[in-house]
Design a protein around this ligand. Structure first.
Ligand code: BV8
Ligand code: ZN
Length: 241
C-alpha cells in the first residue's frame, strides 16, 4: 500500500492535505477524541468549553482554557510529519495544506500559507472591531485583553463549535481540494464539519484519497488507501526520493 501511495505521489502535480490533532500527537499535543477518550476541562466536555455559547456566558473561563493550552504548547516542537509536509511544498506544482489545528506547528516546521480552518491559539481578536493581536507579542496580561484600537474586549481568535469558519480560508481550502490529484487526510477523526467535508470534495472531484491514522474513521471506507499508524512515522516514509 505504501508503494502504491508513493507512486501516486510521484505522478501527482496538485496535492491537498487536511490535518487534524493526530498530526501533532507525537509532538505531545493531546488529541480531543480517539483511543476511546474525549477531552474534558474542569468537568466541562470539550464541545461545551470550546463553544460559542461559552464565550457569551463565561469569557474568562474560555481564556483560562486557552491560556492553559498555550502553556502546554509553548515548549512543544514540530515532529517529522510536520517537517516532511513542509518539504513537500516545493515538490509539487501546488500543495494546499489545510489544518484544523490551532497549534501553529505546521508554520513552525516551515510550511508557508497554511490554511488554519479553526484559527490560531496564538492570536486574540476584538469582539467589537475584529482587530487581531499576536499573543506572543502582546505586552498585556489582563484577561480578557483590551483591544488597542477600540478598547473592546478580546477573545481567542479560534473557531468554536457553533461558529462559522473564516469564509475565504475555507474557500481556498475547498478550491485546493477540488483541484488536487491526491488528497491526504492525516490524524483527524473526520467528525467535525465543515472541515471533514473537504475530503468529500476532493473525492467527488476524482482525487486519490489517502488516510493516515492509527484508527478507523467514518472516512476510511471512502479512501483509496488507508495507512494505519502514526503520522510521524508514516509521512516521512512517503517522502519522495
Ligand atoms: C459550523 C477549535 C456552521 C477550538 C474546534 C450536531 C450537533 C451540534 C453541532 C453539529 C452537529 N453536526 C454538525 C455540527 C456542527 C459542528 C460539528 O461538526 N460538530 C460535530 C462534533 C458533531 N461544527 C461546527 O460547529 C463548526 N461550525 O458548523 O458552522 C453553523 C454555525 C452556527 C449554527 C449552525 C451552523 C465549527 C467547528 C469548529 C470547532 N473547533 N477547534 C479548540 O481547539 O478549542 S474543533 C476540534 O475538533 C479541534 O480543535 C479540531 O480542530 C477538530 C477536529 O478534531 P480532530 O483534529 O479530528 O481531532 P480528534 O481529536 O477528533 O481526532 C484525532 C485523531 O487523530 C483520531 O482519529 C486519532 O486516531 C488520530 N491520531 C492519534 N494519534 C495519531 C493520530 N493520527 C496520526 N498519527 C498519530 N500519532
Ligand atoms: Zn477593537
Amino acid at each position: 500500500m505504501l508503494e502504491e501511495v508513493r507512486q501516486k505521489l510521484r505522478d501527482a502535480r496538485r496535492v491537498f492535505v487536511l490535518t487534524g490533532a493526530g498530526v501533532s500527537a507525537e509532538s505531545g499535543v493531546p488529541t480531543f477524541r480517539g483511543g476511546g477518550h474525549s477531552a474534558v476541562w474542569k468537568g466541562l466536555p470539550f464541545s461545551v468549553i470550546s463553544s460559542a455559547g461559552m464565550v457569551e456566558r463565561d469569557l474568562p473561563a474560555v481564556w483560562e482554557w486557552f491560556d492553559y493550552r498555550r502553556g502546554v504548547l509553548e515548549s512543544l516542537k514540530p515532529n517529522p510529519a510536520h517537517t516532511t509536509l513542509a518539504r513537500w511544498q516545493d515538490r509539487f506544482t501546488a500543495l494546499t495544506l489545510a489544518t484544523q489545528n490551532i497549534d501553529g506547528l505546521h508554520a513552525a516546521a516551515g510550511s508557508r500559507g497554511v490554511l488554519e480552518l479553526h484559527g490560531s491559539i496564538w492570536r486574540a481578536r476584538c469582539t467589537r472591531c475584529r482587530h487581531h493581536e499576536d499573543l506572543r507579542q502582546l505586552d498585556q496580561f489582563v484577561r480578557p485583553p483590551i483591544c488597542g484600537k477600540c478598547n473592546g474586549t478580546m477573545r481567542p481568535d479560534v473557531v468554536l463549535f457553533g461558529e462559522t469558519l473564516p469564509v475565504s480560508v475555507f474557500e481556498q481550502a475547498a478550491e485546493g481540494a477540488r483541484r488536487c490529484d491526491v488528497c491526504f487526510v492525516i490524524g483527524t477523526s473526520a467528525l467535525v464539519y465543515p472541515a471533514a467535508g473537504l475530503a468529500d470534495i476532493a473525492r467527488d472531484a476524482g482525487a486519490y484519497l489517502v488516510e493516515i491514522n492509527p484508527e478507523q474513521t467514518p472516512l476510511s471506507q471512502l479512501c483509496d488507501a488507508t495507512l494505519r499508524g502514526a503520522a510521524g512515522e508514516l509521512v516521512p516514509r512517503l517522502d519522495l526520493k
